[in-house]
Design a protein around this ligand. Structure first.
Ligand SMILES: [Zn+2]
Length: 387
């Protein structure tokens, strides 16, 4: 007797999966949807119980995303306590998604924000009368930025009209040889197949170089021509890592390098002794501000912390920062996604707090964070006030 082949939702055509989901989300009853499939798709044996696995398949295919609720009061409190700019209501988003799924929902909300900012950029450029309206995205490395990038691409697939896109990577290759998926280069593939013109601008160089050689490396014509284009970027997507978190890519890479004999223990200790508290796109900082590379090596990156601070200040100080699409001219948006560690769930509050408090570290125009981080930030500020 021939073995029956097990039905898998992924085997159904995309058109059928989409049609079923659309009807289900409209509130149509499962039995009625099943009858519709039987009649209109020539599938007399289709059952209503097959609908639920199809919803899962649709989600995996990126047909829909669930946007988590936002905590507006917590955002307002945080804004007041840390004196964050308030003209643009979207400049601080607190995602109400506690628990293990917090990171996933946070990146969904961040991606949705980036898509809205892209529309703002298009509008601004049209008003400015630039001959070619294209949007330049600067995408960072690391797990969080990668997840946001993937979701941006998914969200763009659902847009009716897309401007030409130019994708810039903020750093070169991956850090650890066994984790190529965290390299920003891998994000180019997410945008494949979008119905628009896409240009990729990759920073191809050694990931980490001796600090003394940085000038030499960036003078290389292949690197220089990419570096020279950094000012074209309209929207930067970045996260941060806490030096205390063993999953931070910079920390893991430096520890790996020490194990491989690339740097000695004393040099790494010097980073900690000098107050290393976190990094943004592999550029380290202490609570006092951006810090020197005391370990003798540094990542090759398109942007320094000081570049991000300067760009953010320029945009925030514009009178019409909050008027979506009303600005003209060149404004840059920096979306900092600051949730718990994607791998262990540890909060990054200790590393995030200086980015809110110290003007030399205000690397963002838009901050997307989660409830747990926001509550921890508020509590830490209140404890500080009591002292
Ligand atoms: Zn971690």
């Amino acid at each position: 007797m021939a073995r029956q082949i097990r039905w898998r939702p992924e085997d159904e055509s995309r058109e059928l999966i989409f049609a079923v989901c659309e009807r289900f989300l409209r509130g149509e009853k499962a039995a009625s949807i099943a009858r519709w499939v039987q009649r209109h798709c020539q599938r007399p044996s289709f059952r209503r119980t097959q609908i639920y696995p199809l919803l899962g398949a649709a989600s995996r295919l990126g047909f829909f995303q669930l946007l988590p609720p936002l905590e507006r009061q917590l955002a307002a409190d945080l804004r007041a306590v840390y004196k964050l700019p308030h003209q643009d209501p979207e400049s601080l988003i607190v995602v109400n998604a506690p628990g293990p799924a917090a990171h996933d929902h946070l990146t969904t909300a961040a991606a949705a924000l980036v898509v809205r900012l892209m529309k703002r950029v298009v509008e601004q450029k049209r008003r400015s009368g630039v001959p070619r309206v294209e949007v330049h995205l600067g995408l960072g490395g690391g797990m969080t930025a990668m997840m946001v990038s993937r979701k941006i691409a998914r969200a763009l697939a659902a847009e009716r009209e897309l401007p030409p896109l130019v994708i810039h990577t903020l750093s070169s290759g991956g850090f650890l040889p066994n984790e190529p998926q965290k390299s920003p280069i891998s994000c180019f593939s997410y945008f494949d197949g979008l119905p628009t013109e896409i240009e990729c601008v990759a920073l191809f160089t050694e990931t980490v170089v001796s600090s003394d050689d940085f000038g030499l490396v960036t003078a290389n014509p292949a690197v220089k021509c990419v570096m020279d284009r950094k000012n074209e970027i309209d929207i930067v997507v970045t996260s941060l890592a806490a030096a205390s978190d063993r999953h931070g890519l910079l920390r893991r890479y430096l520890e790996w390098l020490r194990e491989m004999g690339g740097i000695d223990e004393a040099k790494l200790d010097r980073m900690h002794q000098n107050g290393w508290i976190g990094d943004v796109q592999f550029r380290p900082y202490s609570a006092a501000g951006p810090m020197d590379d005391h370990c003798g090596v540094r990542a090759v990156t398109l942007l320094e912390i000081s570049d991000l601070v300067e760009w953010a200040n320029h945009t925030i100080s514009a009178k019409s920062f909050g008027d979506q699409g009303k600005q003209t001219g060149s404004f840059k948006y920096i979306v900092l996604v600051a949730g718990p560690c994607a791998e262990c769930g540890e909060l990054k509050t200790v590393a995030l707090k200086p980015l809110l408090e110290n003007e030399k570290l205000r690397v963002f125009t838009h901050l997307v964070t989660d409830v747990a981080t926001a509550q921890d930030l508020l509590q830490k500020a209140q404890e500080q006030m009591k002292k």
